[in-house]
Design a protein around this ligand. Structure first.
Ligand code: TYM
Length: 334
């Protein structure tokens, strides 16, 4: 609790171009929840270097992502929007938690298996212990709730296990966090292969809608989305391409999948795909305009980076000092 409010933590990697999946699965819910909680939204640049990065590109992308959080509607005066690398407590707590995490647990992480298959030439220890850093991110702020897409659930379960293990030894040190998964949009699939999640790292650019895609590109990608030959608008696992488009439409327009199906009853796929395109454009266009406006205001963004790094360090130091005492590190002399 901070000032009587429960705490929310979430983050995104500044790697690759953000997709509509990132927006609908995470960012959109962050905005909905931001009034209710004391929120920490991090640009998790330390996670990004588990895969080789061009330093200049990473720096640029991290700044763009931070700006995007604000452009999407998160008020940086109320929400702590900051770079993970600016709060050293993340790395310090991650080290301690490494000593409370088992190799077997990390070996079971599907994201590690996927990423090490993809980057076989660089299976570094950071890639392996990535979920421990993620646990540190969350536990450092005593977060009650963590809004994420379905793909992060396994990491969140591990975070809960680490927190409970630590608490069993040392007493109630950490809040055990709950995941928040949105009702629609928690797993947006590729437009070209609806059995795969929409991903920043997809080689086929037509599979993903990127947050910075222009309206024509969005419309073209929606119209080309893979569907089926049933020619009937239904929300079923047997029609995964269509189901995904219904999810996208519903999440963008704020209705339930059932309401969407009803609204398009008897319509052809062509009409529906065009409506999906329009719905996505209506969400992304204002976001892009606000992003362009904010990006030009260097002093404003710099001020936010500075103030919120201080805020993140202030709150994270409280937990870190407590944990350091618990495990037996000597007190600091002031
Ligand atoms: P990342 O950067 O891959 O994704 C950011 C958020 O977007 C969600 N997401 C999706 N949701 C729905 N459909 C999709 N196709 C889709 N693709 C991505 C993700 O679930 C995530 O919520 N390890 C995390 C970043 C992280 C983090 C944390 C998250 C680091 N520390 C602490 C929460 C709390 C990651 O790589 O997310």
């Amino acid at each position: 609790m901070i000032d009587g409010k429960k705490v929310l933590f979430s983050g995104m990697q500044a790697t690759g171009n953000l997709t509509l999946g990132n927006y609908l699965g995470a960012l959109k819910n962050w905005i909905t929840l931001s009034d209710e909680y004391e929120c920490f939204y991090s640009v998790v640049d330390m996670h990004s270097i588990t895969v080789r990065q061009d330093p200049a590109v990473l720096r640029k992308r991290a700044r763009n992502l931070l700006t995007l959080y604000i452009a999407a509607g998160l008020d940086p005066k109320k929400n702590c929007i900051y770079y993970q690398s600016h709060a050293s407590g993340h790395a310090e707590l991650a080290w301690i938690l490494n000593c409370f995490t088992y190799m077997g647990e990390l070996n079971r992480m599907t994201q590690f298996k996927d990423k090490s298959a993809k980057h076989a030439d660089n299976i570094n220890a950071g890639l392996f212990t990535y979920p421990v850093l993620m646990a540190a991110d969350i536990l450092l702020y005593q977060a009650d709730v963590v809004p994420v897409g379905v793909d992060q659930m396994q990491h969140l379960e591990l975070t809960r296990n680490i927190a409970e293990r630590f608490n069993n030894i040392y007493g109630d040190v950490f809040t055990v966090p709950e995941a928040y998964i949105g009702k629609v949009g928690a797993k947006i699939m590729s437009l070209q292969d609806p059995t795969k999640k929409m991903s920043k790292s997809d080689e086929n650019p037509n599979g993903s809608i990127y947050l910075m895609d222009d309206p024509d590109t969005i419309m073209r990608k929606c119209k080309r989305a893979v569907t089926d030959s049933e020619a009937c608008i239904r929300y079923t696992d047997q029609q995964p391409g269509l189901k995904n488009l219904i999810d996208i439409y519903s999440a963008c327009s704020g209705c339930t999948p059932q309401e969407t199906v009803k609204a398009f009853e008897g319509k052809g796929y062509g009409d529906f795909k065009a409506a999906v395109g329009e719905a996505v454009i209506s969400v992304l266009k204002p976001l892009q305009e606000e992003f362009d406006r904010l990006s030009k205001d260097k002093a404003y963004i710099d001020g936010i980076i500075k103030d919120n790094a201080e805020k993140a360090n202030y709150f994270s130091a409280k937990t870190l000092r407590k944990v350091q005492r618990k495990v037996g590190f000597p007190d600091r002399i002031r």
